[in-house]
Design a protein around this ligand. Structure first.
Ligand code: GDP
Length: 297
């Protein structure tokens, strides 16, 4: 379950303060010490933890008394608000081009869930937004990746633009956008190549593709189970490509939550979707407020 470990620890800590009719500075200090440990154990970036604790302390100590809540509840409300703000405050939606098609490049390391997420996103766009996406297979280095996307396309009964493994990925992407225009697709979802590590060749190819198709959205797919590594990966991709959003995959298995809580604050990249399982319909728009409530119970 997502955030299970972190949620249990934080809820435990907050329960102690919830019913309190009076909350002293000492109470808040003690509580924040425990919250700090819980966040660090959940693999949240240490700078993010430090700033978070400082913000909560300042607000909790300085806040006005509200009649409807006990002082303990008010402190918890501050924690909830700050956690929501940390994860991006508002829900960030996927781009819509003024003139269709909206071009989306899906980028990320191999194994992060890029191909699966590309298909999930296509399904989401059709089901929830009545869109007509074109899937594009640009991972020419791994025949299995092309096959995987084609299989997913069949399963969804959606076309997949593919030129096999011999063509140049930048050319494939350009041709796919032209084909999408001709065939009136309103979204083009490009599944780009991934590698085991961030490397220059990969980045150069993605930069060339970005220059060639001027995407409306570059979505970085990261595996939330990798914790701070996911944040580092996000930083590298963002430095090189200016990504416009992140998709956190495998949140269903991430009991810690470090990546989900740190990515926005460290890279200023909004989390737009979360992968909640292997199935095609297990992709959810990311709502920071709902995530915070899930963590705090
Ligand atoms: P790619 O190499 O980045 O294209 O990764 P794939 O799309 O092939 O996914 C790698 C593995 O992660 C596959 O076994 C997927 O089923 C799995 N996967 C992807 N997203 C999720 C998710 O949100 N939750 C879970 N549990 N598994 C996922």
């Amino acid at each position: 379950m997502a955030f299970e470990g972190l949620a249990a620890r934080l809820q435990d800590t907050l329960t102690k303060i919830r019913g309190k009719g009076k909350v002293s500075e000492q109470d808040i200090k003690e509580m924040m010490r425990e919250v700090r440990l819980a966040l660090l154990e959940a693999d949240v970036n240490f700078k993010v933890v430090k700033q978070f604790i400082a913000n909560v302390k300042e607000k909790a100590l300085g806040q006005e008394v509200m009649k409807s809540l006990t002082p303990g509840q008010q402190v918890i409300k501050v924690v909830n608000e700050e956690l929501t703000a940390l994860m991006g405050a508002e829900q960030s939606k996927i781009a819509v081009a003024q003139k269709p098609p909206t071009v989306v490049m899906m980028v990320g390391l191999q194994g992060a869930g890029k191909t699966t997420t590309t298909a999930k996103l296509a399904n989401h766009l059709r089901k929830k937004h009545n869109r007509k996406p074109l899937l594009v297979a640009c991972d020419v280095y791994r025949p299995a990746a092309i096959q995987q996307l084609e299989t997913l396309g069949k399963q969804l009964n959606m076309p997949v633009f593919s030129k096999g493994t011999d063509a140049n990925p930048v050319d494939i992407a350009k041709e796919a956008v032209a084909a999408a225009k001709a065939e009136h697709h309103d979204y083009v979802l490009i599944d780009t190549a991934g590698r085991l590590h961030v490397d220059e060749t990969l980045m150069a190819e993605l930069q060339d593709m970005k220059a060639a198709v001027t995407p409306d959205e570059i979505l970085l797919v990261v595996d939330s189970m990798t914790g701070q590594d996911a944040v580092n990966v996000a930083e590298s991709f963002n430095n090189q490509l200016d990504v416009t959003g992140a998709v956190l995959t495998k949140l269903d298995g991430d009991t810690r939550g470090g990546a989900a809580i740190s990515i926005k604050a460290v890279t200023n990249t909004p989390i737009k979707f979360a992968g909640m399982g292997e199935k095609i319909d297990q992709l959810e728009p990311f709502h920071p407020d709902r995530m915070a409530s899930r963590i705090l119970g």
